[in-house]
Design a protein around this ligand. Structure first.
Ligand code: PGA
Length: 246
């Protein structure tokens, strides 16, 4: 399995920010892990052009479940692919919160992504209140069962465990807490998909930065990271790529 360092720019970045991408590509011509950046939809085509014949892959942050039609403001998986994307993040907690996305909707989006030939990065994670109430594994299990399409394979599905309370806060779970959730995810995926689940990438996300990346990557069943804030600076994201490649 090749590990994956994925960056989520969220609603940040302009054409000028693509200089950061040039620096990242130049500094990491052949990393041992996969390297992916997911900019806003407006930048996908330009970033994909800048990344052509480099090790950098480009992804979207959401897609509509339908391939085309009267859905003002939305972007389909086929359109992301057409613009040069290879991956799409789905079910991020900010979309679940801001747009009321349910597990069932995330699942239909993931099905659309697979049908369009994209790799789906399905996000899940508990809130602080759910963790405090001892419900973490229940929540994760329910999200996993409801959001992941049956057609998923190790080649087309990536899971990102992102505790909501760790996103953008500078707080991270303990390494034991990350290990518990990732082992649980691997076990549930194995029950559902069999031996191929061993090859499904399980990313940790939430306040990953150069200073904590190596210890998080040493946790069993952590196969990479989904990085928000630290992916906006090529030096920081590059350091995370280097830690995952070590
Ligand atoms: P963060 O975001 O790295 O800024 O905490 C992670 C994410 O939301 O994917």
């Amino acid at each position: 399995m090749r590990k994956l360092a994925a960056g989520n720019w969220k609603m940040n970045g302009s054409a000028a920010a693509l200089a950061e991408v040039g620096a990242l590509i130049a500094a990491h011509p052949a990393p041992a892990c996969e390297m992916l950046l997911c900019p806003p939809a407006t930048l996908i085509a330009q970033m994909a052009a800048a990344a052509r014949s480099s090790a950098l892959q480009v992804g979207g942050q959401d897609c509509h479940p339908k391939a085309s039609g009267a859905h003002t403001g939305d972007v389909s998986a086929a359109m992301l692919k057409d613009a040069g994307a290879s991956h799409v993040i789905l079910g991020h907690s900010e979309r679940r919160a801001d747009h009321g996305e349910t597990d069932a909707l995330v699942q239909t989006k993931a099905e659309a992504a697979l049908a369009a030939g994209l790799i789906a990065i399905v996000c899940l994670g508990e809130t602080e209140a759910e963790r405090d109430a001892g419900q973490t594994l229940d929540v994760i299990g329910r999200q996993l069962a409801g959001s992941v399409p049956q057609a998923a394979t190790a080649q087309t599905l990536v899971i990102a465990y992102e505790p909501v309370w760790a996103i953008g806060t500078g707080r991270t779970p303990t390494l034991d807490q990350i290990a518990e959730v990732h082992a649980f995810l691997r076990a549930r995926l194995t029950l559902r998909f069999g031996a191929s689940a061993a090859q499904m990438r399980l990313l940790y996300g939430g306040s990953v930065k150069p200073s904590n990346a190596a210890e998080i990557f040493a946790v069993p069943h952590v196969d990479g990271a989904l990085v928000g804030g630290a992916s906006l600076k090529s030096a920081d994201f590059g350091a995370i790529v280097a830690a995952l490649s070590a």
